[in-house]
Structures are given as C-alpha cells and as structure tokens.
Design a protein around this ligand. Structure first.
Ligand code: TYD
Length: 212
C-alpha cells in the first residue's frame, strides 16, 4: 500500500508520518518512510540544488525537471521495491506537489506536467493521499518558528504563491475525491494522529483490519 502526504509548508506532515509509521509498526506492519525531494543518494543531491536559498535564478522548467529526476530515482530505488516486498510506503510529498507548486503555483502547463510525472513514475499512483489542511500563513509561521535550516527557497515565495498552491490542492482533491482524504491539521499533533489512524485503518485490507 502506497500512502502519500501532501499539504502546505508547516502542515505537520513529517510528525504525522513518524507517528503513523510507529503505529503501523507496533501492529506488525513493515513500513518504509521516505520523502521528496530526496530519499536516495542522488535525490538528496538534487534536493540540495532545488532548495538552496541562493539559487534565485532557477527557472520553473529546470525546477520541474529536477523534482521529477529525483522522483524517478526514488520510485525506482525505494518505492517500487518496497511495495513489491509487501511493505506499506509512507511518502512525504509526491507527484501532487509538482502539480500544486509547479502547476498551480508557477503556472506551468498541467498537461505537460502530467506527462512528465507519468514518465518519471512509470505511472505509479498512490493508493491514498492524505492532505493535512492548514492555512498557508499558519503553516509558514510554524515553519519559520522552527530551525532556520528548514527555511528553503520555496518557503521564501510570496503568500500569493502559497495561496495559489492551496487552490491547486483543492482542485486536485475535487478531481479525485476517492484517492484523497483531507484532515484538518491546526489542532494538536495527537488529535491529528487519531484522525489519520482512523482513516488509514479503514483503508487497510479487510483481513488486516479485523486483526487490529
Ligand atoms: P521541504 O523542506 O521538504 O518542505 P516540506 O516540509 O513542506 O515538505 O521542502 C520541499 C519543498 O519543495 C516544498 O516547498 C514543496 C516543494 N516541492 C515542489 O515545489 N514540487 C515538488 O514536486 C515537490 C516534491 C516539492
């Protein structure tokens, strides 16, 4: 089972993935957690290029290609082999981030992006995508209050950009309501975790759910 987490900056994806992984592991599931961009040696090299706050000259097309280059590597090296081995894969961001940020945020052609994503992933689509819903201003404030090392080139975009990204996510969710689940993420992490667990438990195969 392939589960991805999406949401604006500071929506708590990393914390929720950690909590969900522990919950699943405690119940005997094999879990692999990973993140985009990154998750592999090559992907981490690409991540450094992408998020460097000094790379102000990077064009949206270069950015799009780099995100998808890192994606091709993580799908090949981590995600497909783990799914094949029967593990539950939890990924912090995936292809929907490209559609939301590069598509709706930077106005890149979404049909071209969809083709590029198909090329990078070989057509791999998540079974479930959890959108952690916070207002962009709240998320950015949370992130800015954290370590400055986490503050990256995309965070430094305008609030209008982050609003466009949020509108993009709304459109993506409406287009594929069966794949997406929206969880409000402004409450304490434990409350959000409970909602995530309830959702994931209901999506696990029936025989597994009975054993819980
Ligand atoms: P990261 O520090 O991992 O942020 P977050 O904790 O919010 O996931 O930085 C990833 C940044 O890259 C984030 O601003 C979203 C952006 N991004 C894209 O623009 N396109 C993509 O395809 C992906 C995967 C991420």
């Amino acid at each position: 089972m392939f589960i991805t987490f999406e949401g604006p900056e500071g929506s708590g994806k990393t914390t929720q993935i950690r909590l969900l992984a522990a919950w699943l592991e405690n119940r005997g599931f094999g879990v692999v957690t990973t993140r985009e961009p990154g998750g592999t040696r090559i992907g981490n090299g690409i991540r450094a290029l992408l998020l460097d706050i000094d790379h102000t000259e990077m064009t949206p097309r270069t950015e799009t290609l780099l995100f998808n280059a890192a994606r091709a590597q993580i799908v090949h090296e981590v995600i497909r082999p783990s799914l094949k081995a029967g593990q539950i894969v939890l990924c912090d961001r995936f292809a929907d981030s490209t559609l939301a940020y590069q598509g709706y945020g930077y106005g890149q052609n979404r049909e071209e992006l969809a083709r590029l994503i198909g090329y990078a992933t070989g057509g791999l689509v998540p079974d479930l995508t959890i959108y952690l819903d916070v207002q962009p201003e709240v998320g950015l404030a949370r992130k800015q209050a954290g370590s400055s090392q986490e503050w990256n080139r995309l965070d430094a975009q305008t609030v209008a950009f982050h609003r466009a990204v949020q509108a993009g996510y709304t459109a993506l969710i409406q287009a594929e309501p069966d794949r997406w689940a929206v969880i409000r993420s402004e409450s304490p992490a434990e409350d959000v975790h409970r909602a995530v667990v309830e959702l994931v438990a209901s999506r696990l195969p029936a025989q597994v759910e009975e054993a819980l």
